[in-house]
Design a binder for this molecule. Sequence first.
Ligand SMILES: *[C@@H]1O[C@H](CO)[C@@H](O)[C@H](O)[C@H]1NC(C)=O
Length: 331
Amino acid sequence: MRLPVWLLSLLALVLQEAGPASLPKERRRGEERGHGESHAVAQPHAGSYLGSLDDYGEVIDLSNYEELADYGDQLAEVKETSLVPPTRISPTQSTVAPRTPLSNPAMTKPTLPGPLGSPTSLDLPTCLVCVCLGSSVYCDDIDLQNIPPLPRMTTYLYARFNRISRIRTADFQGLTKLKRIDLSSNFISSIDNDALHLLPALQDLILPENQLVALPMLPSGIKFLDVRLNRLRSSGIQPEAFRALEKLQFLYLADNLLDSIPWPLPLSLRSLHLQNNMIETLPRDAFCDPGEHRHIRRQLEDIRLDGNPINLSLFPSAYFCLPRLPVGRFS
Ligand SMILES: *[C@@H]1O[C@H](CO)[C@@H](O)[C@H](O)[C@H]1NC(C)=O
């Protein structure tokens, strides 16, 4: 069942009243779509789904109410961004009218008056289209084609199962609190190179099941990067892209088209998933510094190279510093 947008917004208000006992709908949605399974791999980090539960204390902080006021500044910007097909916005239309292409100018006049003032045309604030709970914004599965304008204090953004195809430089500009971006299962094929790397608080970048062939410059505080199930090629990873990411612990690049191991890997790394790629060979210094034989990389306990056309027995000198051998074919 799909709930109309106005109902979701109402629900958000009710949830805020109800306090921490209620769960955001996104957890249920994630499980229904069978996406939880792949995230189970991310357990050491407690994954994004579990994470959202942990974050709940923070989320429910009602002292963030002034965020609504922030919207005053942003209303003008909303005009430039198409949020959802207008057929979804009016509860009466959404059940009756067939889907109309976004470009149809005749349909850009929803009838719902905005709560923040005059009835507007398509420029509904994001928190009517999405569910805003404290500093979290939930926009799952509402046919978004772009990143919507976000409240300035947004900390967690969930916009999974949409039709977003590109991330632009302006999309996240000035969002200094943003810690997690989860855009799983969209159609993202490009991210402007400077769209993310200046976000000072960003820790989790979650982009599985998209169509990326390349990664943009990454922010230096990132801890968790999940780009599984894309079309990443080694040429789409900038040289030494991960070297300076001294907080990076989880790097999930499984199910892409990589033909080499990214190098160098930061010492902070705990988990490197490269299964189901096209890696055929392993340089001696892929994980360990050949000139530093006493050095042990204690953190890096979880390397997956299964599903690659490589015989790991052929590279015995590549593993001396690892606490555990990589998972993969050794015969
Ligand atoms: C993998 O390498 C080992 C060690 O050289 C060798 O004994 C084994 O036959 C190789 N396996 C394949 C399938 O080539």
